[in-house]
Design a protein around this ligand. Structure first.
Ligand code: MSP
Length: 520
């Protein structure tokens, strides 16, 4: 990712589900990344949205006695509401029922038909009419050719479908993984895909005829384009890539290829295999990285409809009211399932993270430092006269190493690593205050210059850490910027993080960023 445009996407969410922590999580981590890139001066495009077609939506709508479009409108709005609720700064919210998307999907499929990558084929199998489902020969044999659900015999049936020639891309996909090992991350997920690739690839049906709620195959309206193909294309239709006359194209086409496409691990196959193959067939460049995170579980248990234990928006709002929106963001970004293992969302863990990291570390350090500057320096940032003992730390070297680590980690989508580098600075400040005890030195008027030097170092290091934490906790860091007169971000994160930028004489007001919260 050498260029200055950065395109990041979330999956688009199904409108037949209620939004819950999973959706908020993926969108929040993408938001933190997008904000960080903007703070670094990059031209960012951050996309999210809703996936609105398919049989399930049609069925849910029917069950509720509304049209699929009505159901989609209503539920898409619920997802859109998340963005405001959780301070998310997506640049577009795409809906797959938007005619601008639908038309482009048709023209993309048309291109694939013209190139021979999509063809009309016949499928034959054992059909369970009650379930509208085909069984493979092996499975049909296992159930002795009788539907285990209705008890009626399976029928030999065939149907015509459009197919995508996935099998033709096997070698190129393998080469893609050889040439760009970082294209699917984390490593555990890439290895999973490679394992399945070794089993060989078959062409995939990309149309359905047994329901109507979807985008028609061009020239064959009785066929509806498979919802996954429709949905995957959102990543390029939102940029107008298949409509060169459109405004979307004029303003956004330059964002492709995406720098970061974030998904949950359950939709890896579609994104790591089918998506790149479709792009290859369309002769479009591939994204730099598809990042598949793991899952949140709730208080030690898998979240499921039957258990009814999804952490829903109401519950998340409860956390925000109690701890603040930045605290929720911090928890999601640092304790979440970003790597290859699932993470547990528990009340006690949330409370502990908040208290340890935000109240006792960031909050305490900023409030101690600003209180002492108030008391010993008339509330004005002291000058650094170079008199104080550094406590063995070359602050400039130390902070710049952490700044590089934070930027580097973010580049790799290692959010918690990036935040940890910033927290290392804050923790060092805390230890430095304890070691040098400026509150004791201040009792001796002769030590005024030393006290000033110590406090300058503390304030400057906190300022630098805050620049690195801003993408994760935008509201609180803004509060700090205001109280310490640090001005607005400049779009040059690295430059802003240079040691010595904090000017002597700057008015530093006392801050209390993270109030202590009683546990239940
Ligand atoms: N519509 C498809 C995606 C199409 S993308 C071209 C879909 N939608 S979904 O509504 O089911 O959302 C799935 C996504 O929600 C996951 O990939 C993940 O980003 C997020 N999560 C859903 N449950 C989750 C957890 N329990 N934990 C973390 N995130 C999970 O699949």
């Amino acid at each position: 990712m050498g260029t200055s445009t950065r395109y990041i996407t979330t999956p688009i969410y199904y409108v037949n589900d209620r939004p819950h922590i999973g959706h908020v999580y993926t969108t929040t981590i993408c938001d933190a990344w997008a904000r960080f890139q903007r703070l670094s001066g990059h031209d960012v495009f951050f996309l999210t949205g809703t996936d609105e077609h398919g049989q399930k939506v049609e069925q849910s709508a029917e069950a509720r006695g509304v049209s699929p479009q009505e159901l989609a409108d209503e539920n898409s709005e619920e997802f859109r509401r998340i963005m405001g609720m959780f301070n998310l700064t997506n640049d577009e919210f795409i809906r797959t029922t938007d005619p601008r998307h639908e038309q482009q999907v048709q023209s993309l499929v048309k291109r694939l038909m013209d190139s021979g990558d999509v063809y009309l084929g016949t499928f034959e199998g054992w059909y369970d009419a009650g379930q509208e489902e085909y069984y493979t020969d092996t499975k049909a044999n296992e159930v002795e050719f009788v539907s285990p659900i209705s008890g009626k015999p399976l029928e030999r049936a065939s149907e015509q479908n459009y197919y995508f020639k996935l099998s033709a891309y096997e070698d190129r996909l393998r080469k893609m993984f050889d040439d760009h090992p970082g294209i699917v991350r984390p490593d555990a997920r890439r290895n999973e895909v490679l394992g399945r690739l070794r089993e060989g690839l078959q062409d995939v049906p990309i149309s359905r005829t047994n329901f109507a709620w979807g985008i028609g195959v061009p020239g064959a309206d009785e066929h509806v384009i498979y919802v996954w193909i429709d949905a995957l294309f959102n990543y390029i239709t939102a940029l107008g890539l298949a409509d060169s006359e459109s405004q979307w194209h004029a303003q956004r086409a330059g964002y492709w290829p995406a720098g970061m496409q974030v998904i949950g691990k359950e939709i890896l196959w579609f994104h790591a295999v089918i998506w790149p193959a479709l792009l290859m067939a369309l002769e479009l460049p591939l994204p730099s990285c598809i990042y598949a995170h793991s899952f949140w579980i709730s208080e030690g248990q898998k979240m499921s409809k039957s258990l009814g234990n999804f952490i829903d928006l109401e519950e998340l709002q409860g956390y925000m009211e109690k701890y603040g929106s930045d605290a929720l963001r911090y928890f999601l970004c640092t304790q979440g399932p970003l790597g290859a293992t699932d993470a547990d969302f528990s009340r006690s863990q949330f409370h502990e993270t908040y208290t340890t990291d935000l109240v006792n570390t960031v909050g305490n350090c900023a409030s101690r430092t600003s209180a002492m500057i108030g008391k010993y320096c008339d509330g004005l940032c002291p000058a650094d006269t170079g008199e104080c003992a550094d406590g063995g730390v070359d602050w400039s070297d130390f902070t710049s190493a952490q700044v590089e680590a934070a930027i580097d980690s973010m580049e790799r989508f290692d959010l918690s690593g990036s935040i940890a580098a910033a927290m290392t600075i804050v923790r060092r400040v805390d230890a430095f205050i304890n070691e040098t005890a400026p509150f004791k030195l201040a009792k001796d008027p002769e030590m005024a210059a030393q006290v000033g030097d110590i406090l300058y170092r503390c304030a400057e290091a906190i300022r630098i850490a805050s620049c690195l934490l801003e993408a994760t906790m935008p509201e609180k860091i803004l509060e700090l910027r205001d109280a310490w007169n640090l001005g607005a971000p400049t779009g040059d994160l690295r430059g802003e993080c240079q040691w010595g930028r904090l000017a002597a004489g700057t008015a530093i007001e006392k801050v209390a960023l993270f109030p202590r919260v009683e546990s239940e």
